[in-house]
Ligand binder design. Structure first.
Ligand code: GDD
Length: 407
């Protein structure tokens, strides 16, 4: 039996995702028309003997209630949100719900960060994990040497795949192989986390006995029940024949900013071609808009037949796209209206926003602020141009802007 656990974090974690995370928890922000967390959940579905999926986070329960009940019905696998009263770290959060997770007596626990975009090769990883016979297996990928320091860098044995060395976001270069935030563990992971708690308690007691040292290190100490999977578990267990790696050659991205989410939407849309082609707009028939490349259009959205859409466009529920509109590489959220002859390129248009006739929203990944983002209920009036800008919710723009944050 396998239990999957997806770490969704909480409101203090998705801050780089503002202003979009002001409306919706980051894990529910849509990529390729489906909530971010939906993609790892779908990937879990094909794991043999999967009995339960848990989402663990410190968002309010009600924020996930609707999604969790809808997805449970759709998958016919119970998906449940478990709320931490406060952040316990990526391993502490898991440990907090040990009793729930162990209720099903799993032989394996699949643990996923929710803010990664990947093809999640879980069944193959699980097979590899069983062959290695260790406590855990990490998904790893090769990245450019310049970008590696944003992640956990690691060294593995090229023959046995054993994890030999692990450093979280190191200041000096260690390796271009990084931790993807996708793991398979045996239940012994709980013993390893328990070990960190015990060690912390012992150190805290020692400090209490030595008040001078306590004074010195009080600011450095982490709460006893706060355990990070990377620094506190993976680093010390590396080189002890307990952890192994499984390298993916497929796509992988970390989704920390809205700009990256457009790129991740493209990756998931491309994956739909193989997994769920019915989700891609076909554009055939004289009454439908011109579709270029991979495009998702929610069935409730209305798109004028003279609009030209794609590549990499996702249009959410109840959006209305007018005549002559051109959309390229963008995410259009629920209830948006885009009026005649407007153009949207490399941008995210927030819930209930509107873009006027002959207006233009355009972003550039290489600009200082990156893509253009319109928060919820932003109104761009007719013939206004917004370039490389971030617009906070409820603004009305009647003049053009470039490279600005509009508060
Ligand atoms: N429930 C809960 N509680 N979730 C948490 C908590 C917590 O206290 N802290 C973090 N998380 C979740 C985050 O939402 C995210 O999905 C995951 O755990 C990891 O978050 P961080 O610990 O903030 O690490 P990171 O995202 O900067 O980096 C980790 O992931 C990278 C891959 O994306 C590290 O493991 C890196 O080594 C790795 O490369």
């Amino acid at each position: 039996r396998v239990v999957a656990v997806i770490m969704v974090g909480g409101p203090t974690k998705g801050t780089r995702f503002r202003p979009l995370s002001l409306n919706v928890p980051k894990p529910l922000f849509p990529l390729a028309g489906q909530p971010m967390v939906h993609h790892p959940i779908l990937a879990c579905r094909i794991i043999p003997n999967l009995v339960q999926v848990y989402l663990i986070g410190f968002y309010e329960e009600r924020e996930f209630a609707l999604y969790v009940s809808a997805i449970s019905n759709e998958l016919r696998i119970p998906v449940r949100y478990l709320r931490e009263d406060k952040p316990h770290g990526s391993a502490g959060g898991l440990y907090n719900f040990k009793d729930y997770i162990m209720e099903d007596d799993p032989s394996h626990i699949v643990l996923l960060n929710c803010d990664v975009c990947s093809s999640f090769p879980l069944p193959d990883m699980l097979e590899a994990h069983k062959r290695y016979g260790g406590l855990g297996t990490l998904l790893v990928i090769k990245v450019s040497a310049e970008s590696a320091n944003q992640f956990g860098e690691l060294v593995a044995d090229p023959v046995t795949n054993e994890l030999l060395h692990y450093t979280e976001k190191p200041e000096t270069f260690v390796s271009d192989r990084i931790n993807c935030g996708v793991y398979i563990f045996t239940p012994e992971i709980f013993t390893a986390i328990q070990g960190v708690f015990t060690q912390r308690k012992d150190t805290a007691n020692m400090r209490r006995m030595n008040s001078f040292e306590a004074l010195q290190s009080a600011t450095k100490a982490l709460p006893v029940d706060y355990v990070r999977l990377d620094q506190d578990i993976l680093s010390p267990l590396a080189g002890k024949k307990q952890l192994y790696t499984y390298e993916t050659l497929d796509f992988w991205e970390q989704i920390k900013t809205p700009g990256i989410s457009i790129k991740c939407s493209a990756l998931y849309l491309a994956q739909y071609r193989y997994t769920t082609p019915h989700l891609l707009a076909s554009g055939d028939g004289t009454k439908s808009a011109t579709i270029i490349g991979d495009v998702f259009i929610h069935p409730s959205a209305k798109v004028h037949p003279t609009a030209k859409i794609g590549p990499n466009v996702s249009i959410s529920a109840n959006a209305r796209i007018g005549a002559g509109v051109r959309l390229i590489s963008c995410i259009i959220l629920d209830d948006v209206e885009i009026k005649e002859n407007a153009v949207v390129i490399h941008s995210i248009v927030g819930w209930k926003s509107s873009i006027g006739k002959w207006s233009r929203a355009e972003g550039d990944y290489n600009a200082k602020l990156g893509i253009t983002i319109l928060g919820e209920a932003v109104a761009v009036e007719d013939e206004v141009v917004v370039v490389n800008s971030i617009v906070l919710p409820n603004k009305t723009l009647n003049v053009s802007f470039q490279d600005e944050i509009i508060l």
